[in-house]
Design a protein around this ligand. Structure first.
Ligand code: NAI
Length: 340
């Protein structure tokens, strides 16, 4: 059997470590071309001669890219992610199958959301730099007990539920909002579903775990922020587009919002995942956000555990094997969610 050829876009340093050891199945020969380029209108032609492509969160498939991929004979798009807001499914429908990794390690992301919260609150990132610099002062490092505070979880799918359970472990009261509440789960864990308004009003901490859809875009905007409890902390490991960043900046400037832990950012595809340390940041919104002492930004790393990376590689290769060998697509994305 001729090897199936896959163009692998936006390759990260760790990708080969997890994919290459799994490429030894003689029954399913697969040849991966690792590309540094991100998929977009200018790079889509690189898919020429490949039966499939493999993409990550900041590769974009809009209508124009979809046309090029189709023209070049691509049969399948395999996402190395769970979220798929970067893909215009409508433009691919009936022409190219799209599969994803629906679940690799919800624990990785939930644990990371909590680590952002703990760091932001107890300022361990600042203490670390201070002590290394010989500064043992505690001034300005005070945080607050999570015990008996209220957390609001937006989206109780796989990740939101685990986050909620971890926070219950701290002795927090946990409120949740989801259009499809998991009533039995909530009852058994002492978690209370409320409307979003009540959740905003009562929560000391709000953590976002819903997907980015057209309806959810900028869910956290001026109106939402002003309905929150003064001093509330926002944690976002979902997608940057869930927050209107300019409105968040206004709320931080006025000291109304107590802090933000952000693993994702609306315009992250320009900077995240790459080393730009020698350059002037041209994105003034990101630059402003980086100046706040009570904002902690990381570069979309919530998924980055050994367990998650192994599961992403295994499921992606299995998705490709099933498609090419058996014409099966168990992890196909069917819902239409246009990309921005
Ligand atoms: P999931 O599909 O299991 O759960 C999402 C939940 O959000 C569902 O229960 C859905 O009903 C709910 N939801 C949808 N719209 C809502 C709204 N307006 N308000 C409240 N709830 C709403 O997804 P999972 O696996 O828990 O992942 C959640 C999101 O986390 C993904 O869509 C992805 O964008 C993000 N993610 C981020 C990662 C990172 O590295 N930072 C890694 C993996 C996922």
């Amino acid at each position: 059997m001729e090897p199936v050829r896959i163009a692998f876009f936006d390759t990260k340093s760790y990708d080969k470590d997890y994919f290459d050891p799994l490429l030894k199945d003689p029954a399913f020969p697969l040849k991966i071309k690792y590309l540094n380029a991100r998929l977009g209108p200018d790079t889509a032609a690189l898919a020429s001669g490949y039966e499939g492509i493999c993409i990550f969160v900041n590769d974009r498939i809009d209508a124009a890219v979809a046309d090029i991929l189709y023209r070049e004979g691509v049969k399948i798009v395999a996402l190395r992610s769970a979220g798929y807001n970067n893909v215009n499914l409508e433009a691919l429908r009936g022409r190219i199958s799209v599969v994803r990794v629906p679940s690799y390690s919800p624990h990785a992301v939930a644990e990371y959301a909590v680590s952002l919260l703990l760091t932001l609150n107890r300022k361990t990132h600042k203490a670390y730099s201070r002590v290394r610099d010989g500064n043992f002062s505690l001034a300005g490092l005070e945080g607050f007990d999570l015990y008996k505070k209220t957390a609001g979880i937006i989206g109780t799918g796989q990740i939101g539920r685990i986050t909620a359970e971890i926070l219950r472990g701290f002795g927090m009261e946990v409120l949740a909002s989801d259009p499809y509440p998991a009533a039995e789960w909530a009852e058994s864990r002492g978690i209370l579903y409320t409307g979003r308004e009540e959740l905003f009003r009562r929560s000391d901490i709000i953590s976002l775990h819903c997907p980015l859809t057209p309806e959810n875009r900028r869910l956290i905007n001026k109106a939402a922020l002003s309905s929150m409890k003064p001093g509330a902390i926002i944690i976002n490991t979902g997608r940057g587009g869930l927050i209107d960043t300019k409105d968040l900046i206004d709320a931080l400037k006025s000291n109304y919002i107590g802090g933000a832990g952000l693993d994702v950012y609306e315009e992250e595809d320009r900077y995240f995942f790459e080393d730009h340390s020698g350059q002037v940041i041209q994105d003034d919104t990101l630059a402003r956000l980086m100046t706040f002492p009570n904002v902690l930004i990381t570069s979309h790393q919530a998924f980055l555990t050994r367990e998650a990376l192994s599961a992403i590689a295994e499921t992606t290769l299995e998705n490709l094997r099933l498609f090419f060998e058996k014409n099966e697509v168990p992890n196909e994305i069917k819902a239409a969610t246009p990309a921005k």
